[in-house]
Design a protein around this ligand. Structure first.
Ligand code: ADP
Length: 264
């Protein structure tokens, strides 16, 4: 309970009465927990049918391909891509419930950083038809951390760079070693972010509204999840942006992570 009380005094300054409010914080916390539990169960339950849907779409696509029916094969390919989007959205919801309940697990290993960046770059390039993703990788070496989770951060930043620069055709990803950190930057020449909204983009479910020419799909979770991952690795994430010119998102992770205790 949150209790707020105000004394009512008489002319001698003696307290004659108390006025108070008594807020049931426990009830609010319980509601929040129920919301998180629901999101967790719902996204977990959605994962299984969506995974089978993807498998059926793939089987049908290759059947159509084999029989020479390329038109239907293409439709099934498109269906598969939409199912992938659904899978990513469900994955983000699951991650948020894990973060909020302190259950996001990390599986840290030492891995080749450039190889990971190139892998993500190729993956994102495959679905970005208009943009060319350039890379400028000056850091060479291994990083200690959860490779899949760091892949997720790089994927989020690259897909955002492509998504929020519909009029541009270039995105640049760079890496360098600064101090005892590896720093990654992802630059785009897109819509940019208003100065006073810049720091909010890392908040849960936050999306900048008010772009009249385009509507961009999304839940507003990618940057929140990315910032939680980077923080857990002892790193930082930030953005420089000029409206209508473009944005550069940065993150840095300390090297020799194995000597640090991973923050929970
Ligand atoms: P989503 O893209 O699903 O909305 P994110 O958490 O990835 O969620 O991003 C939050 C918000 O930050 C976006 O809705 C968008 O308004 C803004 N944003 C993210 N990346 C960029 C970018 N590269 N350029 C401009 N705005 C961006």
């Amino acid at each position: 309970y949150l209790v707020r009380a105000l004394p009512l005094k008489n002319s001698d300054g003696q307290i004659v009465k108390w006025y108070g409010t008594n807020t049931d914080v426990h009830h609010q916390k319980e509601l929040e927990k129920q919301k998180d539990d629901f999101l967790g169960i719902a996204s977990h339950e959605l994962k299984t049918p969506v995974t089978s849907l993807k498998a059926y779409a793939q089987v049908l696509e290759s059947m159509f391909k084999r029989s020479g029916d390329l038109k239907n094969a293409e439709l099934l390919g498109k269906m598969g891509k939409q199912v992938d989007r659904l899978t990513n959205l469900i994955g983000d919801l699951l991650d948020v419930t894990k973060i909020n309940s302190g259950r996001l697990q990390f599986n840290n290993t030492a891995f080749d950083f450039n190889e990971m960046i190139e892998e993500v770059k190729e993956d994102v390039q495959r679905t970005s038809f208009k943009h060319i993703i350039q890379s400028n990788l000056n850091f060479k070496g291994t990083v200690y951390g959860d490779r899949d989770r760091i892949c997720q951060v790089v994927t989020n930043l690259l897909t955002n760079a492509v998504k929020y620069s519909p009029e541009a055709n270039e995105v640049v990803i760079s890496t360098q070693e600064i101090g005892n950190n590896v720093q990654v930057s992802v630059q785009d020449y897109g819509i940019g972010i208003e100065e006073n909204l810049k720091d909010h983009v890392f908040e849960q479910f936050y999306r900048v509204s008010g772009n009249k020419e385009h509507t961009f799909p999304g839940l507003g979770l990618g940057l929140y999840i990315s910032s939680e991952i980077v923080k857990r690795l002892g790193g930082k994430i930030w953005v420089h942006s000029v409206e209508e010119k473009g944005s550069t998102f940065f993150f840095s992770i300390p090297l020799k992570q194995e000597r640090l205790e991973i923050r929970q």
